[in-house]
Design a protein around this ligand. Structure first.
Ligand code: NDP
Length: 342
């Protein structure tokens, strides 16, 4: 059973060498013990997500980690799509497809709490349950519609806009009739924003270090809604360009997760004078909205009102590079690791 394990707690940015691909000596018997209520799954797709970098750090009461740290010497874990091979739980049968939290390994024996059965009659790629039809979709949907209270005609700015969450928020905002601008870290990503996802404007923040000027050019009338994915200098520049009574959904701050505590946001007082509503959230806050979200998103996928771009890397041995690549902008769209054939 091949696994991806954490070598030791990290300091600074995650590196490929912080992870190791090993073959576990206790080869998994492809059966579950009767009476164990366990389910044995074969993992097909694993999701690479920025929060996993935070889980590679030593647990520390002053960090903001919401989920337990990974354990050195043990497999890392995340959302995945798997096929049931054997089951002692009456809810799951051999041959079922499921999504939820699993370890990064070929086969996992799980006690299925927070594991959802996939309805294969909904004819979409299975990998979508690591993203648009899972935690990522709910993040974009809840974060945009519930936190930002968007109205037709408003201006929306999204950072890390071509990524897993950003691409969906941008398209939701277009469906709402908003004017949508995004930032991303390469020309290729900016082209995708403009020509594939239908953003009204976009800029490459790596080529335009004067973020204030870039925002003023793309959004001369100011920003009603900022969907925050990166933090740091981008947030600072955005604050100056917000309109009065603007809303900021603080989804994530990937630029800050692995920095030492020395970055300052100079423009934070704009929150007061412009009466900006700035709210953090965690996707699980919206779990009750999941059925409503699926009712909205599935027809959008079927009718191609939503385009979803995935960046699928094959082979568990390529998992460390795929995960670490998130922190260098290597992914174009949702980063997924394909572990086995369906
Ligand atoms: P992405 O698919 O967007 O991948 C990460 C992207 O972030 C990279 O491709 C890169 O894009 C950008 N990035 C990396 N480092 C930096 C940096 N230093 N400065 C600016 N941009 C950087 O990831 P997700 O869509 O999965 O996640 C987006 C954000 O949402 C993250 O902050 C994540 O932690 C957060 N999140 C929060 C959730 C919640 O419940 N609140 C749930 C899920 C995600 P580029 O090339 O454009 O720089």
């Amino acid at each position: 059973n091949k696994q991806v394990i954490l070598r030791d707690y990290i300091e600074g940015f995650p590196k490929e060498s912080d992870l190791k691909v090993v073959t576990a000596s206790n080869t998994t018997e492809l059966k579950v013990k009767p009476g164990s209520m366990a389910v044995l799954v074969k993992n097909l797709y694993l999701s690479c997500d920025p929060y996993m970098g935070i889980r590679m750090r030593e647990p520390n009461p002053s960090t903001l980690a919401l989920i337990d740290a990974f354990v050195p010497g043990k497999p890392i874990a995340g959302f995945g799509v798997s096929k049931v091979i054997d089951s002692d739980d009456p809810v799951f049968e051999k041959g079922d497809y499921v999504w939820g939290l699993v370890d990064w390994e070929e086969y996992s024996t799980i006690h299925p709490i927070g594991i959802f059965k996939i309805d294969i009659n909904i004819n979409v790629p299975l990998s979508y349950y690591t993203g648009i039809l899972g935690m990522i979709g709910l993040t974009a949907y809840g974060g945009f519609f519930e936190i930002c209270s968007p109205k037709k005609g408003e201006t929306v700015f999204i950072s890390a806009a071509s990524g897993a969450v950003g691409q969906l928020v941008g398209q939701f905002a277009k469906l709402m009739g908003c004017y949508v601008v995004g930032s991303a870290g390469s020309k290729q990503k900016v082209d995708i924003l403009l020509n594939k996802f239908g953003f009204d404007d976009a800029f490459n923040y790596k080529e335009e270090p004067d973020l204030d000027a870039a925002l003023k050019r793309c959004l001369p009338q100011g920003i009603d809604i900022y969907f925050e994915n990166v933090g740091g200098k981008m947030l600072d520049a955005v604050l100056m360009n917000m309109k009065d009574n603007g809303r900021i959904a603080v989804c994530g701050m990937i630029s800050q997760y692995h920095l030492k505590a020395n970055e300052r946001i100079q423009n934070l007082p704009f929150v007061i004078v412009k009466k900006i509503k700035m709210q953090g959230f965690v996707c699980f806050d919206f779990l009750n909205s999941f059925p409503k979200f699926l009712e909205f998103v599935l027809p959008c996928i079927k009718e191609r009102k939503l385009i979803y771009v995935e960046d699928i890397v094959e082979g568990l041995e390529n998992g460390p590079a795929a995960l670490v690549g998130l922190f260098h902008g290597q992914n174009v769209g949702k980063q997924v690791l394909k572990v086995a054939r369906e």
